[in-house]
Design a protein around this ligand. Sequence first.
Ligand code: FDA
Length: 308
Amino acid sequence: MLRSSMLAAARSRGVRRLVEANPLTGKVVERFVVGTGAEDAVRAVRRLGADDRLVTLDHLGEDTSDTEQAATTVRAYRHLLRLLGEEGLADRAEVSVKLSAVGQFLPADGEKVALDGARRICEAAAAAGTTVTLDMEDHTTTDSTLGILRDLRVDFPWVGAVLQAYLHRTEQDCRDLAGEGSRVRLCKGAYAEPASVAFQRKEDVDRSYVRCLKVLMDGAGYPMVATHDPRMVALAAELAARAGRRPDDHEYQMLYGIRDAEQRRLAAEGSRMRVYVAYGEEWYGYFMRRLAERPANLGFFLRSLVSS
Ligand code: FDA
């Protein structure tokens, strides 16, 4: 109930105005977002790299209904990727892209605009020497996103995608994407989805996560285990060992600001650990999904509003 209200608020302009207008919100947002500019993102890559954490960078923004805004986002990613190359950080950081931020929802030719924009981001990533992963948004975009992934992989076979275990379809999508060279980031899923397409009970989502993880670990691709759940992290290690995997052929991923000590522990034990780092001005939707995921995050937010 709380989760679905928060996720509805994530898409409400009215609530957005209220949250953004609160002078104390910024302090809390800082816990999840590293700053507004590419330089802030690069600093975060260095900081996290000090204890062997890798990074994927998300230039915040989503649901663009404006062609110029989509083009601005593409330019921002290309600028960031150029910086990463120049600073010698391309082996430590890649980028994550939401296709709705580069035009997927535009009424005229949205998919084509998003494909062209994503292609230009991939060209910049190839020039810098790093990779791109496509984030996954709500279920109405899954087919379109996987279609764009297929097109991109013709020229850029290293492009990765996110799959969400809460969707009924995902176990099959994992089978389809478990082949040689494919990179799949498996998460549980962060949007409010109807029972017709998604498991509603946490236990069912968790069971689906385990089934999907098994498919990916037994496959020939590169699984990216995106969860903060200690049980899933332990199970991933077990499944990887059982499948004969080495530490460098799969990785763990967590969001910036969440389970920092566990991130450092995994990196210190020699696992590949990547942190999803968001930066930019458009933090609202991202921030609200983080609050919706966990009552403790919401409590932290409310407490800081009253105690600061
Ligand atoms: P879940 O919320 O099920 O919690 C399970 C347990 O994990 C908790 O009981 C607790 O022990 C621990 N835990 C969770 N959050 C914690 C916290 N804040 N502090 C301490 N412990 C905590 N979603 C999506 O729809 N599309 C996408 O593209 C992405 N991309 C993405 C990338 C990466 C790298 C990550 C880590 C996540 C995403 N997500 C996402 C978000 C994802 O779908 C999901 O909403 C969150 O990761 C929360 O689910 P968990 O599996 O982490 O644990």
